[in-house]
Design a protein around this ligand. Structure first.
Ligand SMILES: Cc1cc2nc3c(=O)[nH]c(=O)nc-3n(C[C@H](O)[C@H](O)[C@H](O)COP(=O)(O)OP(=O)(O)OC[C@H]3O[C@@H](n4cnc5c(N)ncnc54)[C@H](O)[C@@H]3O)c2cc1C
Length: 324
């Protein structure tokens, strides 16, 4: 049972999450005794593609051309479905990004496949094919059996260890038979309104809560995020107060994120907040209250006032950046 994995690129570059996906696909292929076939869409250099072989992609397929220049989920789904069929792949793995969320169900419809989104473990078994995922905002674990011949999975971010499994680098250009008529949308123009990282894509997130006291105090938090190359986030009361935009609100009723590093600054750690961030790999909390529940979820905690701690964190982050 071979495994096809779609590897997104960001301006021609892969991220750590890309290698996590290849490692995951490779591990399933090892369980099933098949090959790992990675598909990359759009302009990506050969040296970048070669990195996929380092994490276990037996074959890298490159889909390129005018039709895939702009993201059209229907076109990308057609290309990936064709690649899966041409390579006899019975498992198709994608990330859990906004892009993949638009593509995965379309692949499932094309290939008449069962879809499990947000899985966070290797399949419990491959015959029958049973996957595991968090349900009810992480309060329970669900097991889902996929009965169709082809299975489509999206992998929750940060749920699988990146592991090097070097294999020979084999890259092929794949002709998915795409035509202009396949394009269901035409992007007429795209203008960047902000250079800020998208919350769901960020590997580091700096988040502020009511302990930040007022919207006027956000400048050092923003600066820390810029220095670290991080996205900014906030707790719900902060966005309810109008201190920050609602898109930044994380938690049960906001975005669910799983960065490598999450800074919780002046956030108490209510269960509804943790529901959105508890899958973060490392949590660093700063709070004046040593009894704040956030310290139970945190890997590192600083008991202190943000007025003093935040400028020091910023200073250290700048020194660290300068030393690189
Ligand atoms: C149905 C429902 C859904 C919800 N969904 C969400 C959600 O999606 N996301 C979410 O975040 N919340 C959600 N909430 C709200 C949640 O219950 C909490 O009220 C909220 O998370 C608290 O936000 P906070 O930690 O910023 O504020 P607070 O609970 O007020 O905590 C502020 C913290 O800052 C600390 N502090 C104060 N001053 C300083 C200082 N100078 N330096 C350092 N620390 C300081 C305090 O000790 C305190 O721990 C939901 C609630 C309900 C009922």
């Amino acid at each position: 049972m071979s495994v096809l994995v779609y590897i997104e690129n960001w301006d021609g570059k892969f991220k750590k999450s890309s290698f996590e996906l290849v490692s995951y696909a490779h591990a399933i292929a090892a369980q099933t005794g098949g090959l790992t076939v990675a598909v990359s869409i759009g302009e990506v250099s050969s040296s970048e593609l070669e990195k996929l072989a380092k994490y276990g992609a037996d074959k890298v397929l490159l889909v390129n051309g005018d039709v895939v220049k702009n993201l059209d989920s229907a076109v990308y789904a057609k290309a990936l479905s064709a690649a899966a069929q041409a390579n006899n792949c019975e498992v198709v793995v994608l990330g859990n990004s906004n892009t993949a969320k638009g593509i995965a169900p379309r692949i499932a419809a094309r290939l008449r496949a069962g879809l499990a989104s947000g899985v966070n473990h290797l399949p419990e078994s491959v015959r029958p094919f049973v996957v595991r995922k968090n349900v009810f905002n992480g309060k329970a674990i669900g097991f889902q059996q996929i009965n169709s011949a082809v299975k489509v999975l999206t992998l929750a971010q940060n749920s699988f260890e990146t592991k090097e499994n070097p294999v020979a680098f084999v890259v092929e250009s794949f002709d998915a038979g795409l035509q202009t008529a396949d394009m269901k949308i035409t992007v007429q123009s795209a203008e960047k309104v902000t250079d800020k990282l998208l919350l769901g894509d960020a590997e580091i997130v700096v988040s502020g809560g009511r302990g930040m006291k007022a919207s006027a105090n956000w400048a050092p938090l923003e600066e820390l995020a810029t220095v670290l190359g991080a996205a900014t986030a906030c707790s719900r009361p902060v966005s309810d107060e109008g201190w920050r935009r609602h898109e930044e609100h994380v938690g049960q009723t906001g975005k669910i994120i799983a960065p490598n590093l999450y800074f919780a600054l002046g956030i108490s750690g209510a269960i509804q907040h943790l529901a959105g961030v508890s899958s973060s790999k490392v949590i660093v909390a700063v709070n004046t209250d040593p009894e704040a529940p956030i310290f139970e979820a945190a890997d590192y905690g600083i008991i202190g006032d943000l007025k003093e701690v935040l400028p020091k964190m910023l200073e250290e982050a700048k020194k660290f950046k300068a030393s690189l």
